[in-house]
Design a binder for this molecule. Structure first.
Ligand SMILES: CC(C)(COP(=O)(O)OP(=O)(O)OC[C@H]1O[C@@H](n2cnc3c(N)ncnc32)[C@H](O)[C@@H]1OP(=O)(O)O)[C@@H](O)C(=O)NCCC(=O)NCCS
Length: 196
């Protein structure tokens, strides 16, 4: 009995994440999350400016520890798709970037990211997003990467544009931010856009 193609693709997808891949860019190293990262990550998770367009936070230290423990649990199960964004110069962890909502049938996933306020405006997010979407397509063999963004989050929309992603559609009433629902914009890039 043959397994379905999407099941085979899923198995292969997680096999490619073991050992956990390290992605190098000129200034950054995207690598697995370690327990010791919690102090650097707390600088971001605790900051209302960082979580303004996120449906979670701001987090205290304990919630940040729980978040890190959940990531470590996923890592143990071989199901982790979250990378710490480490600056090579000083080994400081600036934030996280992930592939969520992996759709093994359509070979698509959603990229998401956040960085601590002290490092905004230096091109780090763009560098990380470009690296992860290229890895997703070339190594993980995804056909499409999408991103979902609040329309007021101009910095993030600009990151998506700079990373080569294009507006795809509006998702009505998609997110609830502190009791207020809002539409979101979906951006995407396909394997054919990226590799042509
Ligand atoms: C969005 C975020 C990741 C951007 O990180 P970053 O490292 O500062 O991004 P970059 O430096 O690569 O690029 C930011 C771009 O947005 C632009 N920008 C910043 N604020 C802006 C604003 N209010 N209006 C328009 N453009 C803006 C910058 O000028 C830059 O574009 P440029 O290079 O053309 O000048 C960071 O602000 C963040 O972590 N925000 C909170 C979490 C979040 O929103 N995550 C995304 C959820 S979809």
């Amino acid at each position: 009995m043959f397994s379905k193609p999407e099941k085979q693709f899923e198995k292969e997808f997680y096999r490619l994440l073991d050992p956990y891949p390290v992605l190098e860019t000129p200034r950054l190293r995207l690598r697995q999350v370690f327990r010791a990262d919690k102090t650097d990550l707390y600088e971001a998770t605790n900051d209302p400016r960082v979580v303004k367009y996120e449906p979670w936070g701001p987090y205290g230290m304990q919630e940040t520890e729980t978040m890190v423990e959940n990531i470590l649990d996923q890592m143990k199960c071989g199901l982790c798709t979250e990378w710490a964004i480490e600056r090579k110069d000083d080994a400081k962890v600036l934030g996280l970037i992930h592939l969520n909502n992996v759709d093994f049938f359509n070979r698509s996933a959603e990229v998401g990211y956040w960085l601590a306020r002290h490092c905004w405006g230096k091109g780090y997010a763009t560098e990380a997003v470009k690296a992860l979407i290229r890895f997703a397509v070339t190594d993980l063999k995804l056909d499409e990467v999408v991103a979902v963004c609040h329309p007021d989050n101009k910095a993030s929309l600009r990151v998506l544009e700079k990373a080569g992603m294009k507006y795809q559609m509006t998702l009505p009433q998609y997110v609830s931010l502190r009791g207020k629902t809002a539409d979101c914009l979906q951006y995407h890039v396909t394997r054919w856009d990226l590799l042509s």
